[in-house]
Design a protein. Structure first.
Length: 538
């Protein structure tokens, strides 16, 4: 009887279908000190807020509350800023040694703290507890608690240059680090280089102790950009390669630079690799496993129709997205751009199984770009559906250079875009420059026209809506965070109506979904009958 009622509630609902209109800027925030503050990374937090991070040369000034750590005031430090759901700053943290320290990656950890990753040439000084005697630049990983206090830090490198790009928490509570390296076997690096720069992947445990490392490359230049843990517990890593078939690269080059992805097992052993590109330059910037078990790649492409690229160039570089199935067969690809250069920097799957893309553009209204340039470089935000078909776009900028670097999908129609800006008050920018470059965070909301057919993307209910509960993140990989008033009983159902998990939660709690396959699920509050759709990705 219970399953029949649930089935009825799935198929008899009134639906919200979004008809796209031009999205609008809901809010924005300029964050910086009197010198250069360059945004590189951002992440949602389980309280509904978010953190933004990058490198800062500023001392105490503007929004920066702590002094520069470097002996030379022009050397940058890690700078992390925590904002609440309203976009108000809660705290900021400067972390560095006496030399060069540049934060490139941040993620909130399951204990509510944060893992930070970047590059450092600092000796033991400031917050840095280990010397960088390994080479010119090393990986530097810092673990913070929920208030931004340092719990531990670790330095990893060989005797040449090692540049960290990404750090992510893994299902075992440890972390996976990815970047590029010029080092041969030395320091923490156990394998010689293959050519020029190679990918260098390092696995560490929850306390920062190294478990294994892997060098991956061909006989030329490899530029690492992205990684993700896959549903089988292994890893997919990727970037841009200039190599032909050589070293670990099993396929010939398509052009000058190609996208290159590699699948590793949980111990770092290579299972397979794939080269994707056209006849000119194609630069991979982001990838992730999708809800269907396949993969989405986000790149910047200078190629016309050739190789794996099936659509012509719009002019200069374009956004290029490539969808692979779980066996790595190409399902489709899309070129999106204007008449000049458009550089993609981030891609994220959205609740409707489409994709949000962001980067920066110098194009005027042309091709898929529907709005004119605001200045020199502008943020350019694009939404596509699950097949890569263009839905809408938004150009955001001031009179000077504005470079978008990351996007967060807050809901199906609300997104936070982060980057850095040289602009003062002009165009879409409503706050003055603090000095040099500043972090610039913009919240965009798409206008929605309601219809009455299909299945709701947001809420399905048996009766009149009751008090809503909130969830984060969505899509989710491992743990869904739930918040509601009072004590409530929650149950998770698959699309057939089968109940998979249930839990009593008092105000705030978590439900671990890491053992469930990727797909669509429904989380029901049995205390109020409210339901929200959950997308699990791997």
């Amino acid at each position: 009887m219970k399953n029949r009622l649930l089935h009825a509630f799935f198929v008899s609902v009134i639906t919200s279908v979004s008809a796209s209109a031009q999205p609008v800027i809901q809010s924005q925030k300029t964050i910086g000190g009197k010198l250069d503050d360059n945004f590189y990374t951002m992440a949602c937090t389980k309280d509904g807020g978010y953190v933004v991070g990058g490198s800062s040369k500023s001392g105490i000034s503007g929004e920066k509350t702590e002094s520069n750590r470097g002996i030379d005031p022009t050397t940058p430090d890690y700078w992390l800023v925590k904002l609440n759901r309203a976009g108000e700053i809660e705290w900021d943290k400067t972390i560095g040694g006496s030399d060069w320290d540049e934060l490139l990656s941040v993620q909130q950890t399951r204990d509510g703290g944060y893992i930070l990753g970047g590059n450092s040439s600092s000796p033991k000084s400031g917050e840095k507890t280990q010397n960088s005697r390994r080479g010119s630049l090393d990986y530097w990983v810092v673990k913070l608690d929920s208030s931004g206090n340092i719990e531990w830090d670790r330095t990893f490198g060989g005797f040449d240059e090692d540049l960290l790009s990404r750090v992510k928490q893994t299902r075992d509570g440890g972390y996976i680090l990815g970047g590029r390296s010029l080092s041969n076997a030395s320091g923490e690096k156990t394998e010689n280089g293959r050519g020029d720069y190679d990918f260098w992947i390092v696995k560490i445990d929850r306390k920062g102790n190294k478990q294994w490392d892997k060098t991956i490359g061909g006989d030329d230049f490899e530029f690492f950009t992205c990684l993700d843990q896959t549903s089988d517990g292994g890893y997919i890593v990727g970037g841009t390669s200039s190599s032909g078939m050589s070293g670990d690269k099993t396929e010939a080059s398509r052009g000058r630079d190609d996208c290159w992805i590699i699948k590793l097992d949980m111990n770092g052993n290579i299972e397979k690799d794939k080269t994707i590109g056209g006849s000119k330059d194609d630069e991979l910037n982001d990838l992730q496993q999708t809800a269907d078990g396949g993969y989405i790649l986000g790149a910047s492409s200078f190629s016309n129709i050739s190789g794996e690229k099936s659509q012509r160039s719009r002019g200069g570089y374009d956004y290029w997205i490539v969808k692979l199935d779980k066996e790595w067969n190409k399902r489709w690809d899309r070129a999106i751009g204007g008449d000049l250069n458009d550089f993609m920097r981030d891609i994220v799957q959205t609740e409707d199984r489409g994709y949000a893309l962001c980067g920066y553009s110098v194009s005027n209204a042309s091709g898929e770009k529907t709005e004119p340039s605001r200045g020199v470089d502008d943020y350019w935000f694009v939404k596509v559906d699950s097949r890569g078909n263009f839905q809408w776009d938004k150009t955001i900028g001031g009179a000077d250079h504005d470079f978008a670097g990351g996007v967060l999908s807050v809901s199906n129609n609300k997104f936070i875009i982060g980057g850095y800006s040289y602009s003062g008050i002009s165009g879409d920018k409503t706050e003055p420059s603090r000095g040099g470059t500043d972090f610039w965070v913009v919240t965009v909301k798409n206008k929605v026209v309601k219809a009455t057919s299909g299945i709701s993307n947001n809420v399905i209910s048996l009766k009149a809506p009751a008090t809503q509960f909130s969830i984060y993140p969505n899509p989710v990989k491992d743990v869904i965070h739930i918040k509601a008033n009072g004590i409530n009983h929650f149950a998770l159902y698959d699309e057939s109506g089968k109940m998979l998990l249930s839990k009593w939660i008092r105000i705030e709690g978590e439900m671990n979904v890491s053992n469930l396959p990727a797909g669509t699920y429904y989380l029901k509050n049995n205390s109020t009958t409210d339901v929200q759709k959950i997308i699990i990705i791997k």
